[in-house]
Design a protein around this ligand. Structure first.
Ligand SMILES: CC(C)(COP(=O)(O)OP(=O)(O)OC[C@H]1O[C@@H](n2cnc3c(N)ncnc32)[C@H](O)[C@@H]1OP(=O)(O)O)[C@@H](O)C(=O)NCCC(=O)NCCS
Length: 172
């Protein structure tokens, strides 16, 4: 069989016991100083939304990951925070990241989510439909580069009238 692109990966829901393999993958993809990043600081001590994480597997091994977190923009606009998105260094640039985003965002739509934010490089994420948040309209409560705060409407018009701080609701 002639496989191209990301065909040799299986895309699956993240399983509860994938945690350690995902941590190892994130160390490889981002380096161990990743905990300094603004999104990490916002998500500290919170869990991702279960049922919305996806992995790309080669055999049993996790080679790609995407996760989403429940946040609120301002006091009363529920939204998702996407991240981390990562591919194993040996498999970057073959379309895995875009595939994880395409499938992850489709899953989010199917679960009724309307708006998603992330902190990342616009040149990469614009290919998946993200746009820069107009500076100041929505802000992060941790140090960040406003040019990297991006959003995407999963329901047309969902970003209209949204403003304020992105907050992570307390869980449990
Ligand atoms: C960023 C990352 C998730 C992209 O996934 P990927 O599977 O390697 O990327 P894809 O194959 O889907 O897309 C590759 C394309 O994106 C481009 N690209 C990759 N990273 C980019 C970036 N930071 N800015 C702009 N373009 C980028 C590549 O040049 C390539 O372009 P081309 O299709 O024109 O050749 C992955 O490389 C990774 O894990 N990197 C390390 C961790 C990281 O930085 N994560 C992003 C968090 S903000």
């Amino acid at each position: 069989m002639n496989m191209t692109g990301t065909d040799f990966f299986k895309l699956e829901p993240e399983q509860p016991d994938d945690g350690p393999a995902i941590e190892t993958l994130l160390d490889l993809a981002f380096g161990v100083d990743r905990f300094e990043k603004s999104s990490y600081r916002l998500r500290e001590n919170r869990a991702p939304i279960s049922g919305l994480g996806l992995v790309l597997r080669r055999g049993e091994e996790v080679m790609g990951t995407i996760r989403f977190w429940q946040v609120s923009a301002g006091a009363d606009h529920p939204a998702l925070l996407l991240g981390p998105l990562a591919m194993h260094p040996d498999y970057q640039g073959v379309g895995g990241g875009q595939r994880l985003m395409r499938e992850g965002l489709a899953l989010a739509v199917s679960q009724g989510h309307e708006l998603v934010f992330l902190v990342g490089d616009l040149p990469y994420y614009r290919k998946a439909g993200f746009r820069q948040v107009p500076p100041g309209q929505v802000r992060m409560p941790v140090p960040y580069d406003p040019a990297r705060l991006l959003y995407q409407e999963l329901r047309p018009g969902a970003f209209e009238g949204v403003s304020g701080l992105i907050q992570v609701p307390a869980t449990g």
